[in-house]
Design a protein around this ligand. Structure first.
Ligand code: C5P
Length: 252
């Protein structure tokens, strides 16, 4: 059993078109972060949860998570802390709030609300087996083509188009999901090294958008396990509509 997990829930809901923080946006009447937390705990691998909330919504997030239980019916140890300006800063705030003594940690995005407990368990088992960094991956199904840095700055290509820089074979490429699992000292050191190098996640050009990337930059090899299409990151209204359909398709 891994015991500790950080659930990042401090993002805004702007790309979802919501005034609520994304993690509090309801999916089938239940906030995204509650879906994510329930599935983390249902894995049987997590008993301590540190949740990063938007600074103005710490109490709302705590209230949303009241009543969570472990598989044996007891409540988890739950701490809610204000997140930072970037996902990296939020994870760092979560790490700082973790109780001492546990040598491993999972880091999970509340936005991956439907991540099945099976994925959590696979990651946890790989960490328990001695891998210092573990990520779930799903295969890339589309063809890939490179364009100049910044070509997608507006979220799409300019109307007149751009030259391409060359195709990349998708074979052997995976899309990263969460939860990711870590030897805690390795993750702490990777975050410290990033901060020391002036990388705090605020600059898109240098940001590590996930923790396994930070650990890789610190010189470690990341182990991959099978992800799941249910672990999609809910970012846009389209994602929320898809998640609603996927949830309706789940056995109750
Ligand atoms: O913004 P992005 O979609 O990459 O966010 C991934 C996860 O990180 C989400 O669960 C979001 O709530 C969280 N996050 C955070 N603090 C931030 C930005 C994002 O906890 N400053």
């Amino acid at each position: 059993m891994l015991r500790s997990a950080i659930l990042t829930a401090a993002g805004s809901g702007s790309r979802l078109g919501s005034t609520l923080p994304k993690a509090l946006v309801p999916l089938d009447g239940v906030p995204l972060l509650v879906h994510a937390a329930r599935r983390l705990l249902a894995s049987g691998e997590v008993t301590t949860l540190v949740v990063t909330a938007p600074a103005a919504h710490v109490d709302d997030v705590r209230a949303a998570l009241a009543g969570l239980t472990l598989p044996d019916g007891t409540p988890p140890a739950l701490t809610v802390v204000p997140g930072g300006a970037s996902r990296q800063a939020s994870v760092a705030a979560g790490l700082a709030a973790l109780p001492p003594g546990d040598g491993t940690v999972l880091v999970h995005d509340a936005a991956r609300a439907l991540t099945p407990p099976d994925v959590v368990a696979r990651v946890a088992r790989a960490v328990a087996a001695g891998h210092v960094a573990v990520t779930p991956l799903v295969p890339v199904v589309d063809s890939l083509q490179a364009v100049a840095d910044g070509a997608f700055a507006a979220g799409h290509l300019p109307v007149g188009g751009v030259p391409t820089l060359g195709a990349t074979p998708r074979t052997g490429l995976g899309i990263v999901q969460t939860p990711q699992g870590f030897d805690r000292a390795t993750l702490d050191a990777a975050h410290a090294a990033a901060r020391a190098a002036g990388v705090d996640g605020s600059d898109e050009a240098t940001a590590a958008t996930d923790d396994a990337t930070l650990v890789e930059r610190a010189g470690h090899r990341v182990h991959a396990v099978a992800g799941d299409e249910l672990a999609l990151k809910i970012t846009t209204r389209r994602d929320l509509a898809l998640a609603t359909l996927l949830l309706a398709d789940q056995p109750r």
